[in-house]
Design a protein around this ligand. Structure first.
Ligand code: BES
Ligand code: MN
Ligand code: ZN
Length: 505
C-alpha cells in the first residue's frame, strides 16, 4: 500500500473512493460534505434528513457512482461518509476508530485507490500533522490481515491512498508526520504478526531472527544464548526454559540517540512464545490463547523499529527474554528453588507464574547495563482482566512521576492505562518459608503481587510495569482493532521515547 500526500481535486479524479469524516450533530454544516453537494445533488439532503448519513462513531454510508452527477461520470466513483462521534469526545483514538471501518468498507467494495479528506478530521486538539499521522496509522492497522498461512490470500486490496492537503501547505513537516504515522502503523502490525503467528513458527529463535533483521547503524542487536545467560547467573529465566526443547534467547536491542546523556531507559517485554503453564499445566481453554504470551516482547521489539526511524534524542535498551514454558522431562518443579542474576533465591510456588521469573532476570540485566528507568510490558496475569476488564492496560510502579509520565504517554496516543497500587503490605503474600521470595502470591490481588514481584528487582531505578494480558488480544474486529492480536503497548513505548526526548531538549 502506497500512502502519500496529494492536492488533487478528488471529484474530477479517477479515484475509486473519497472518504469524508463527519462529526455527530454537525453533519449539515460540514464543509467537506458541502463541497461534494454539487456532485451528489438532492439525494444528499434526503440521506441527511433520514439520518442515514450520520456522524455517529463507526457509522459509514457509501454513495455509489450510480447516483453521482452524470456530468462527472468519468470522475470519482464513490464517497464514504464516516462517523467520528461527537466533537466533544474526539481524540486520536476516535479518529483511527472512525476511519478504519470506512477503509475496510472501501476495501470490501473492491476500491483500489482511495482519497481521504483529512481536513474533515481536524479538531481542537488535532491539527493537520496529527490528522495525517493518525490517518497513516489507521490505514495500516485498520486494514491489517494475518494471512501468512492462507493458501488463498484475499484479493481485495487498497493499493493507493491519497491524503488530501491544500496546495500551499508546509510539505516537509507534513511528510515527517506521514512517515512517522506509517512507521508506527507498520510497527503495530509487526507486533500483531508476531503474536498472531503460530507457536511452532514464532519461537524464541525466530523472534531473535526478526530482531537481528532490524539491526541498523542506529540499532544494535545482540542475542544471548543459554551459555551466556548461565554465565550471567540468570537462574530464574533458565529455570523456565528447562522444560522446553526450544533454546531460550535473550534479545537485546540498543538505541543510543543521545550520546551526551547518561540516562538510559530500558524497555522489557515478556517473550513467552508458548505458555503451557509448565508442570502446573493449564486447562484446555486456558492454554488456547497462549501463543500470544509474547505480546509484550513483540510490542517492545516492534516499538524499537519505529524508534529507529523516528530517531528521538534519548537512549533506550530493549530486553526481551524469550522462551517457551513447557512441561518437558527436564522442566522445573513446584518446590524448586532458583537463583536470579542478583542473587535473590526464588521458590517456585507455581510453574505457571513464569513471566515474572523471566522478567526478574531481565530487570537485573537492565540495571547491569546502566538503565535508570525501566518499563516492562507483559501479558502477566489473568487477574488483570478481573480487576480492569478489557478497556485499559494496568500500570504499577514505584515512582509516581515516572508512572504518570508513562500513563500520559499512552493516553495521548489513544492507549488507555490505569494505575493500580503497589502497597508494601502486598509483598507479604510472596514471602517464602525456605527462600528469599516465592513466585506466586496467591489469588487475591494477583495482578498486584505479580507486578510487585518484578518490582522487587528494580534496585534504585524508577520502574513501571504494564500488564497487557487483557488488552493484547481482541475477540472482535472493531474500530482500528482487527480480531486477534492488537499490538497493545507499541504506541505507548514509541511515544514515551518521543516525550522523553522532548523534555531533554
Ligand atoms: N500468561 C499468563 C497470564 C495470562 C492469562 C495472559 C490469560 C493472558 C490471558 C501467566 O503466565 C499466568 O499463567 N499467570 C497466572 C499466575 C498465577 C499462577 C499466579 C495466572 O494469571 O493465573
Ligand atoms: Mn503462565
Ligand atoms: Zn505466561
Amino acid at each position: 500500500m502506497k500512502i502519500d500526500l496529494d492536492s488533487i481535486d478528488p471529484i474530477t479524479s479517477d479515484l475509486d473512493c473519497l472518504i469524508i469524516g463527519l462529526f455527530e450533530g454537525e453533519e449539515e454544516e460540514s464543509s467537506a460534505l458541502n463541497r461534494v453537494k454539487d456532485l451528489v445533488g438532492d439525494s444528499l439532503d434526503v440521506l441527511l434528513e433520514t439520518g442515514e448519513i450520520s456522524g455517529r462513531l463507526g457509522n459509514n454510508v457509501l454513495i455509489h457512482s450510480l447516483i453521482l452527477n452524470s456530468k462527472n461520470a468519468k470522475g470519482l466513483k464513490r464517497i464514504i461518509f464516516c462517523g467520528l462521534g461527537s466533537r466533544q469526545f474526539f481524540s486520536v483514538a476516535r479518529l483511527r476508530d472512525g476511519l478504519a471501518p470506512a477503509l475496510r468498507r472501501a476495501r470490501g467494495t473492491k476500491c483500489n485507490s482511495v482519497a481521504i479528506d483529512v481536513d474533515s478530521f481536524l479538531g481542537d486538539s488535532i491539527d493537520l500533522s496529527d490528522a495525517i499521522e493518525q490517518t497513516a496509522q489507521a490505514c495500516h492497522t485498520g486494514l491489517y490481515r494475518y494471512e501468512t498461512f492462507k493458501s488463498k490470500k484475499a484479493s481485495s486490496n487498497i493499493e493507493d491512498v491519497k491524503i488530501l492537503i491544500g496546495k500551499d501547505e508546509d510539505l516537509s513537516n507534513l511528510h515527517d508526520a506521514l512517515n512517522i504515522g506509517i512507521a508506527i502503523g507498520q510497527s503495530v502490525n509487526l507486533a500483531r504478526d508476531l503474536a498472531n503467528g503460530p507457536p511452532n513458527v514464532v519461537t524464541p529463535s525466530s523472534m531473535a531472527e526478526v530482531a537481528k533483521g532490524m539491526a541498523s547503524q542506529h540499532l544494535e542487536v545482540e542475542i544471548l544464548e543459554t551459555d551466556d545467560m548461565d554465565a550471567l547467573g540468570m537462574g530464574a529465566l533458565l529455570g523456565v526454559a528447562r522444560g522446553s526443547a526450544q533454546p531460550p534467547k535473550l534479545i537485546i536491542m540498543s538505541y543510543f540517540g543521545d550520546q551526551s546523556s547518561e540516562n538510559v531507559m530500558a524497555f522489557l517485554g515478556k517473550g513467552i512464545t508458548f505458555d503451557s503453564g509448565g508442570l502446573d499445566i493449564k486447562s484446555t481453554v486456558g492454554m488456547r490463547t497462549m501463543k500470544g504470551d509474547m505480546a509484550g516482547g513483540a510490542a517492545v521489539l516492534a516499538a524499537m523499529g519505529a524508534i529507529e526511524q523516528a530517531k528521538p534524542k534519548m537512549n533506550v535498551i530493549a530486553i526481551i527474554p524469550a522462551t517457551e514454558n513447557m512441561p518437558g522431562g527436564n522442566a522445573q518443579r513446584p518446590g524448586d528453588v532458583v537463583t536470579a542474576m542478583d542473587g535473590t533465591t526464588i521458590e517456585i510456588d507455581n510453574t505457571d507464574a513464569e513471566g515474572r521469573l523471566v522478567l526478574a532476570d531481565a530487570v537485573c540485566l537492565a540495571l547491569a547495563r546502566g538503565a535508570n528507568k525501566i518499563i516492562d510490558v507483559a501479558t502477566l496475569t489473568g487477574a488483570i482482566r478481573s480487576a480492569l476488564g478489557e478497556h485499559c492496560v494496568g500500570a504499577f510502579g514505584n515512582s509516581s512521576n515516572f508512572t504518570k509520565l508513562v500513563i500520559e504517554a499512552g493516553e495521548s496516543v489513544g492507549e488507555r492505562i490505569w494505575e493500580l497500587p503497589t502497597y508494601e503490605e502486598y509483598s507479604r503474600q510472596f514471602e517464602s518459608d525456605i527462600a528469599d521470595i516465592k513466585n506466586s502470591g496467591g489469588a487475591s490481588g494477583g495482578a498486584i503481587t505479580g507486578a510487585m514481584f518484578i518490582g522487587h528487582f528494580r534496585g534504585e531505578a524508577d520502574w513501571v510495569h504494564l500488564d497487557i494480558a487483557a488488552m493484547s488480544i481482541s475477540l472482535t474486529t472493531r474500530g482500528e482493532i482487527v480480531k486477534g492480536a492488537t499490538g497493545s503497548g507499541v504506541r505507548t513505548l514509541v511515544n514515551l521515547a518521543n516525550v522523553v526526548s522532548q523534555t531533554a531538549k
